[in-house]
Design a protein around this ligand. Structure first.
Ligand code: MN
Length: 197
């Protein structure tokens, strides 16, 4: 949210070591404290003295292009990513309404997980895998390159996997698959359900 006309680095809603060992404090120190901080700083520099200064972040993403879009998109994506996590639970199936929708539309959590993982694993280069919902309640799994967000397709983002290498190289080296297995243990399904409402 704009703070005195500027976007602020969103604070993590948990302690820096709360996601360990699935996601280490060192990863969060770099991913949140350095990578996201840089996107926030670059966004503030790019938006200064433009007509979009003071707009909501989602509106900037919908209406901008170039460096401004790239940095605004990355700030929005990371805010959604970090706020959907909580301390690891080895067995962490979805709950509530999202569990129902996943069962109805994907035939169960395991089938959904397999499709989501495939999207995340086959995304070439840097980007994001997303679970989103359309206005009529249809779930969609999409691959978004670089800084893209499904709001640009008219979808509401529910859940995301950051598959930029900076998201996993410290804890999992080159293994995007191992990172995804760890990420599933961290998903806060209460947050996903709130986004659905
Ligand atoms: Mn990232």
């Amino acid at each position: 949210m704009p703070l005195g006309g500027r976007f602020a680095l969103a604070e993590l809603p948990y302690a820096i070591d709360a996601l360990a060992p699935a996601m280490s404090a060192e990863t969060l120190t770099f991913h949140h404290g350095k990578h996201l901080k840089t996107y926030v700083d670059n966004l503030n520099a790019a938006i200064a003295s433009t007509p979009m200064e003071g707009m909501a972040l989602e509106d900037v993403v919908m209406q901008s292009s170039g460096a401004l879009l790239n940095n605004a998109g990355q700030v929005l994506n990371h805010n959604l990513f970090f706020s959907q996590l909580r301390s690891p639970r080895p067995d962490n199936p979805p709950t509530g309404r999202i569990a129902q929708l996943i069962d109805e539309q994907f035939g169960g959590f395991q089938d959904f997980q397999a499709q989501f993982d495939k999207a995340a694993l086959t995304l070439f280069g840097s980007g994001w895998a997303w679970l989103s919902v359309s206005g009529c309640g249809t779930l969609a799994i999409t691959q978004e390159p670089n800084a893209s967000n499904p709001i640009s397709r008219g979808l509401t983002p529910l859940l995301t996997a950051d598959v930029w290498e900076h998201a996993y190289y410290i804890d999992h080296r080159n293994s995007r698959a191992e990172y995804l297995r760890a990420l599933w243990t961290l998903i806060d399904w209460d947050v996903v359900n709130l986004r659905l409402d």
